[in-house]
Ligand binder design. Structure first.
Ligand code: BJ8
Length: 424
């Protein structure tokens, strides 16, 4: 891939040798974790294709769209209302932040005791290694956790950053604040793209992003089947890809993949033998290419059947109402939908506890693994109440705290194996 796209990467200002090293490592990693799986679906060819062209074809599409006047806006959080971006003829991309990249550069400006996700996005930018980042006309940050909030001040010195204020509670006044923030964001996006958002465009964007959520909901429903028809790794990858592939293409391809899964379910076929312990992961998002824990789980005799996370059900569970007629009405509907997000940055956040128990029951899981990134206070601290709630509901739980390095892979494997043995 490198020769074909090298000129484009160079024009984006990337560090080509470092980027070549990343692609090589990513290719090997992907081969070990994904291509080694047996009995994969035909639809997984789309996943392999998107991954193999992740820094090539998709970036070329972004560059061409920019040449036609579109703007690329990068985000780090599912709180950013992407419908507004698409409605203004922008392109929204989730900036991944799931690998230990540019660690040295990141630790020059951030304390070592910063969560891996924040270090990762800072590292990607400072090391000039991510073509998505380098294609962005604007990066949107948010005030979800203290680490991100303060890191965006530093990131702003390297790329234009706009920060949305996210409420910390869910009272009436918080809703008001969030509505104001939506309007402020809409003005910012309109200023960038030079387009005024019409009711028609916003309505189309709402439907498109809802359709993307719907296809992911369909995938989640199919994963309820026993035996499960798709590996947790592949399902996670589908969710990860949803953040940066073209939405209409993604909806079509994942729809086809779901058709295939449906046929498997009808025949009673699965990727693992019946009786394989079913686990669900709950907690911090697993941004691409963070596949460490899913791989550990699925090489320890269990299968991952759900992710209660922003790269999972937290991002797909709720749809935006589609019956708004004016921009004002649609903004209200967007506010309603986004205020349902149960990120640990909220206090109190009892909905999340209820959602996790509900999801564990719906998916008939044998246990929940709570996953928190080291130094993530919101999820790390919330795990105490979540663990207690799950235990009270009679659902076994294992709490894991880790980062993006592979140093603890063996320890994690031992702990997950012991957990699987215990619930078996
Ligand atoms: S809505 S989960 S995507 S903030 S892991 S950076 S919280 S210290 S990622 Fe998130 Fe939005 Fe919430 Fe979802 Fe901070 Fe924790 Fe790091 Fe985190």
């Amino acid at each position: 891939m490198s020769s074909k796209y090298e000129k484009m990467w160079d024009q984006l200002g990337m560090d080509i040798p470092a980027h070549d090293g990343l692609l090589k490592a990513l290719g090997n990693f992907y081969g070990d974790i994904y291509l080694s799986q047996e009995g994969r679906l035909k639809g997984a060819e789309y996943l392999d294709f998107v991954l193999s062209e992740v820094h090539g074809l998709r970036i070329q599409e972004l560059v061409e769209a920019k040449e036609r006047g579109s703007k690329v806006i990068g985000t780090f959080c599912v709180f950013v209302p992407e419908e507004i971006i698409w409605a203004a003829n922008g392109i929204c991309v989730g900036l991944c932040a799931g690998a230990e990249i540019g660690q040295e550069e990141a630790e020059r400006v951030l304390p070592r005791s910063t969560c891996a996700l924040i270090k990762s996005f800072m590292g990607f930018k400072l090391a000039r290694i991510c073509p998505f980042f380098e294609s962005c006309d604007l990066v949107v940050g948010e005030t979800t956790c203290d680490g991100k909030k303060k890191a965006f001040e530093i990131l702003d010195e390297h790329t234009p950053v706009y920060v949305m204020e996210i409420p910390q509670m869910k009272e009436g006044r918080d809703r008001e604040l969030w509505r104001e923030e939506m309007v402020r964001f809409m003005k910012c996006v309109q200023g960038l793209t030079g387009l005024t958002i019409s009711a028609k465009k916003l309505s189309e964007a709402i439907r498109m992003i809802n359709d993307r959520r719907r296809v992911l909901l369909r995938l989640n429903r199919l994963r309820k089947a026993v035996p499960t028809p798709i590996s947790g790794r592949d399902a996670l990858l589908v969710n990860q890809i949803s953040f940066y592939d073209d939405p209409p293409r993604f909806i079509q391809k994942i729809g086809e993949l779901c058709d295939e899964l449906e046929a498997r379910v009808d025949k009673g076929e699965g990727v693992v033998p019946e009786g394989t312990p079913r686990l669900m992961v709950s907690g911090c998002p697993m941004a691409v290419p963070n596949w460490k824990l899913p791989f550990v789980i699925e090489s320890s005799g269990a299968v991952m059947v759900g992710e209660e996370s922003c790269i999972g059900t937290r991002n797909t569970r709720d749809l935006v109402r589609e019956d708004g007629r004016t921009v004002e009405e649609m903004l209200d509907h967007l506010v309603d939908r986004y205020m349902k997000i149960d990120c640990a940055c909220f206090t109190p956040n009892n909905e999340r506890l209820e959602h996790v128990v509900q999801m564990a029951r719906d998916l008939e899981v044998d246990g929940v693994i709570h996953y928190a990134l080291q130094f993530c206070h919101p999820y790390g601290i919330e795990s105490f109440r979540l663990e207690r709630t799950l235990k009270e509901a009679g659902i076994p739980v294992l709490k894991i705290e880790t980062d993006y390095s592979n140093e603890d892979a063996e320890i994690l494997k031992n702990r997950v194996e012991a957990f699987v043995e215990m619930i078996r």
